[in-house]
Design a protein around this ligand. Sequence first.
Ligand SMILES: [Zn+2]
Length: 410
Amino acid sequence: MTLAEDIKRIRATLWGKVPFISSLLGRARIVETESVPTAGVDKRSWVYINMSYWEKLDLLCKTWLIAHEVAGHAAFLHPLREGSRVPNPEKQPSEHMTWNISADCAVNVMLEEFIRAPEMERFAVTAETIARLTGERVDDIKKMSVEEIYDLLQRNAVKVEIELDLIPSCLGEGETVQEGDSAFGGDKSPAEIKEAWRGFVARAYIAQKTAGTVPAGLERIVNEFIRPSLDPRALLRQGIRAGLGKLMISDWRRPSRRYPDLLPWTRQLRIPTIWALTDASGSIGGDELKLFLGTVYEFAKHADVKVISFDTRAYELVTARRPAEVIPKVARHIRGGGGTEIRNALEQTLARMKNRDIVLVLTDMCIFDLDQPGVQHLLTAVSGRSSACAFCTTGRETLVKGWRVIRLKS
Ligand SMILES: [Zn+2]
């Protein structure tokens, strides 16, 4: 049987009970190669299979292996996410090994809920393996992301060796047996690859939900994974699109009553200003403040950013028109200390913002007056006028109606 036929058979077998994996299997580009000893995934998220290894496995082991590579490493972008911990995996073999072990643990914890293949599991990294190595509780490890497992292993300076299946580059050698989605053609950027897999994971998850059973572990992993990341361009696109949407519906025939001297489209296509309400209260540490400034810096590449720092009151407004202005202008003006109240900063923003600006609150979300009716009212008003608004948080993730919550990580 060829690899392509095997994969078709596996997908058909899984479709009824585990559509999550079956659906993802169809998306990936799969390549036969001699360049890896068993199997592997590269930075483009192409999946490689060595046929002399593959042919020795029975169907259950094949199913486990292909699910591990595709629905685990490829779909959850383990080779691309490695950069957050190991900037140069080709030159850091032991860190690369640790990342691979961490990723294997996360994948295998997820797989346990779907496919049991004792013969493969015997050699696989599991939560129990990590618990033995670190003394951490198995249940806690099962809830950890790859990054968290990596940090845990680094803290404990453990040494283990496994068969590596994360390829620290773009391999590209071998014969393609399944093209997969066009999102994985050779010329796609990491951002495009990430975006594509996020979409596929979301759809695979919905398919699984429709089938009736979603293990709790998968629910958590998927939620974490498909949560929007902080991409300034995506937020800007969203902001401009929101403006265009309104233009088509309401402003198309007659000029705006509020701005009669402007043609609707000249107003609508303005690039929105970004309002960055920056928490500078006592609970914000130096690293967090650096992260906030880094975020403002990113945004200043794409739009004017107006920064209002606040603790129990709001401080003066600082504008950064270019990234180079962020540190000298903004950092110098960040004041604060003491408690956190957002009311004043919201009032100032609401008074000065234009319709369809973007509003971001950079905070740890320990905000004392968040639940007050007056503040809730201001939040609704700001959200109503903005094209996109979000809490970018380093701490807790409180849901606020009409606002997105974006986790901020360095
Ligand atoms: Zn693996």
